[in-house]
Design a protein around this ligand. Structure first.
Ligand code: NAD
Ligand code: DAU
Length: 351
């Protein structure tokens, strides 16, 4: 094994796609998936990798500094790709503190472990921080987020991610820690926890349950298929310039209501239902507090410098996603047991 990479949050949605890509593409690298297995982490996501000799799993909390220090001693990694986070905006509105702990303290623990573990000798080392477009705030009808857009986070989630981005850059400037960052738009695809709009809607449509749309459904997001995000992360890991930030986006803006209508049409087709059946489940509910109106990414820098662009069209990606959820009922049953119904009632019952 000529390199060791720790990937945090590898049992989650995006992390599991990144871990699979790296394990399969780099058999000569040792890939360590470090994950605390919160409600969002799921060993099922990587079951197919368990027998791979270059794949290892460590369960632990990034908020636990001593644990992180020991992991660094055990593996002396060459790089960290940091995805572990509390990631759902609605949960951050219900319980902000969990986001402060994991997203801010957890990130600082990893940065400190890099400094200590690498003994301030950073030759060939890299800390790659995965972040979100939500740090830039909310757009009106026009404009795009670029890498130089001023930060303006507006939810506890985005504020905690913005905070972690600032800390990562502070470690570059203060300690010369080699870091790189990317800020991505909304991901969708297989393995996403059904608290986020697309998998929640798929699950509800499947079960003929109401599809809750916040406000009037006019908010806009820029959707990217998760596999395209993983390839962007691979490119940035290999060819990104230390100290730089890369915005990653789908060039694919959709109003929530239009997205849901397309999803309903795909589901009617896949489930042999009469056209319009699923759309009949749409229910407009009380808006999310502080709901950001529009996100949209200018992804020209990553295209220009690293020749990356999305490869999966939205319709194709949604169809693949629907097919995956329909084919993986056991995965859904497992994640829907546990605390899901408690969360669902708390979030949606009084809306
Ligand atoms: P996710 O919620 O699906 O997965 C998060 C993972 O982190 C889980 O496996 C969980 O167990 C783990 N984790 C959480 N707290 C932890 C802790 N204290 N210690 C160790 N592990 C912990 O998240 P995701 O949607 O895959 O997002 C991954 C990263 O990408 C996050 O940093 C998120 O901010 C960022 N991001 C997500 C999107 C998106 O659309 N989902 C878009 C841009 C950026
Ligand atoms: O932009 C990147 C971000 O995208 C990531 O950083 C976050 O981790 C990820 O969760 C996502 O945040 P959003 O809040 O945009 O995603 P979510 O799927 O929760 O919501 C998408 C849109 O759909 C948003 O406008 C809110 C709306 N929505 C969401 C849910 C869960 C509804 O109308 N009804 C719902 O039930």
């Amino acid at each position: 094994m000529n390199k060791t990479i720790i990937i945090t949050g590898g049992a989650g949605f995006i992390g599991s796609h990144v871990v699979r890509l790296f394990v399969e593409k780099y058999p000569e690298y040792r890939i360590v998936n470090l994950d605390g297995l919160t409600y969002a982490g799921n060993m099922e996501n990587l079951k197919d990798l368990e027998s791979q000799s270059n794949y290892l799993f460590e369960k632990g909390d990034i908020v636990d500094a001593a644990f992180i220090e020991n992991i660094f001693k055990k593996y002396t990694p060459d790089a960290v790709i940091h995805l572990a986070a509390e990631s759902h905006v609605d949960r951050s509105i219900l319980d902000p503190l969990a986001f402060i702990h994991t997203n801010i303290i957890g990130t600082v623990n990893l940065l400190n472990a890099c400094r200590t573990g690498w003994k301030d000798n950073f030759e060939g080392k890299l800390f790659y921080h995965i972040s979100t477009d939500e740090v830039y705030g909310s757009l009106g009808a026009d404009g795009l987020f670029t890498e130089t857009t001023a930060y303006d986070p507006r939810s506890p989630y985005s504020a905690s991610k913005a905070s972690s981005d600032h800390l990562v850059r502070a470690y570059l400037h203060t300690y010369k820690l080699p870091v790189v960052l990317s800020n991505c738009s909304n991901n969708y695809g297989p393995n996403q926890f059904p608290e986020k709009l697309i998998p929640l809607a798929i699950n509800n449509i499947k079960n003929m349950q109401p599809i809750p749309i916040y406000g009037k459904g006019e908010n806009i997001r820029d959707w990217l298929y998760v596999g395209d995000h993983a390839t962007a992360i691979d490119l940035i890991y290999n060819n990104g310039k230390v100290g730089e930030t890369y915005n990653i986006g789908g060039l694919n803006e959709w109003k929530n209501i239009d997205l849901i209508k397309m999803l309903c049409e795909i589901m009617d087709n896949r489930l042999d239902r009469q056209a319009g059946t699923s759309a009949g489940l749409i229910e407009f509910v009380k808006d999310r507090a502080g709901h950001d109106m529009r996100y949209a990414i200018d992804a020209s820098k990553i295209k220009r410098e690293l020749d990356w662009e999305p490869t999966v069209t939205f319709r194709e990606g949604l169809e693949k996603t629907v097919d995956w959820y329909l084919a993986n009922q056991q995965w859904l049953d497992n994640v829907l047991s546990g605390d899901y119904s408690k969360y669902y009632d708390q979030q949606y019952k009084k809306r």
